[in-house]
Design a protein around this ligand. Sequence first.
Ligand code: DOR
Ligand code: ZN
Ligand code: ZN
Length: 454
Amino acid sequence: MGNYTLIHKGTIVGSTGLSRADVLLDGTRIAAIVDPAGADDLASLSPDIHVVDATDLLVFPGLIDVHTHMRQPGGEQKEDFFTGTSAALAGGVTSIFAMPNTAPAITSCDTLDLALDLASQNAVCDYGVFIGATNTNMRLKADHPDLLECGLKMYMGSSTGDLLVEDFGAQYEHFQLYPHDRVIGVHAEHEPAVRYFGQHGERRPHIAAEIEVARAVALAERCNRRVHVCHVSSRREVEIIRDARARGLPVTCEFAPHYLFLTTDFDHGQVTEQRTDELAMFAPGSILEPQSLYQMNPPLREERDIATLWANLDVADCIATDHAPHTLAEKNSAKPPSGVPGLETMLPLLLTAAHEGRLTLADIARLCCEGPARTFNIAAKGRIAPGFDADITLVDPREQWVIGERPYFSKCGWSPFAGWHMRGIVKQVFLRGQLAFADGTVVAKRGAGKRISN
Ligand code: DOR
Ligand code: ZN
Ligand code: ZN
């Protein structure tokens, strides 16, 4: 007798729409999609089947976040694989890819082994780890074809950490030598422009991103290879990527929640006293500098950029959080680091936007489940269909709550969305058939996560 679970009377969400059907899990896999009318017979035929009542709940494939910073090794005061993947589960995310800008950075076989080891001991959701491009490691994958990285990350412009490949020749050689069907994810801000404007008191204007996204696209075309543009934030970037795809180039991209939901109004400190109070829900009594809290790379953009992102969701292959936790002490320091956390808030924000009619539930499944799986060639995840991993996120789309008033799992302990009113909450999460998160509690054991092969 198998180890069956039946997700009963829920509504399955897929990229083509909703369907009322039950999902039968057999151990770690999805065995069948079943008519709920027949499911009662099934339950009576197999008395040891575990039935999960999903009445009035949405049944999403576990979300896949292809852009997170887990901070291990070296940044454990901000996050680690256990707290970061706990935050993932709380946000309905069952798979994460971790970025290599750690300390040490993940740029070699040994450092990749180190990160994968830390993940395997601590992660409570499934994971992959990126290799970071340097000015010298272009031959790494060619020399080690069995390397277990999920993709190559290239910082074409500098950001947190010391990874940077700004020189054209080094960029070109990576584009040539990394396997052409595997993903190079690029942080595309033109470093000379970042430096120049920085010296003139202007932080990372649009032109920095525009130049480097155009360059990444040109490199992909010249080298006849794939490229994936991380965290698209501005209007021209969208146009460049749309044009590249219209020309048939293998360019994919991700949008991030903070560029969809926040504007420069937050970054420029035009933050009301009420906002400061809301943020303080996470850290009662502490003095918060909203300006540095919202500092990130690329920076927040203007209203018209945000409008362009929303109007061009079809250009996005994925929504990825760029979950970039830093402690409040670091954020309040004289040299605040860039980045904001986002794993726990992405799905609630998108569900709330869906309720407001800004996108559909099917869009969420496309952008957070199927799209990431397609972009990164993850064969067994991203859809609710027979044979797929039994990664399931159950959502109550009606429940209302306020960010900051519920258990929070990221070690950084704050959210840029504190005080925001949400409609839609993650109730239960199954990871490969096992209950991993339920009603505000992580139940998966440390180390339950597995490396994703792609
Ligand atoms: O704001 C950011 N924070 N942008 C990045 O590219 C890196 C990230 C981090 O690691 O903190
Ligand atoms: Zn980046
Ligand atoms: Zn990032």
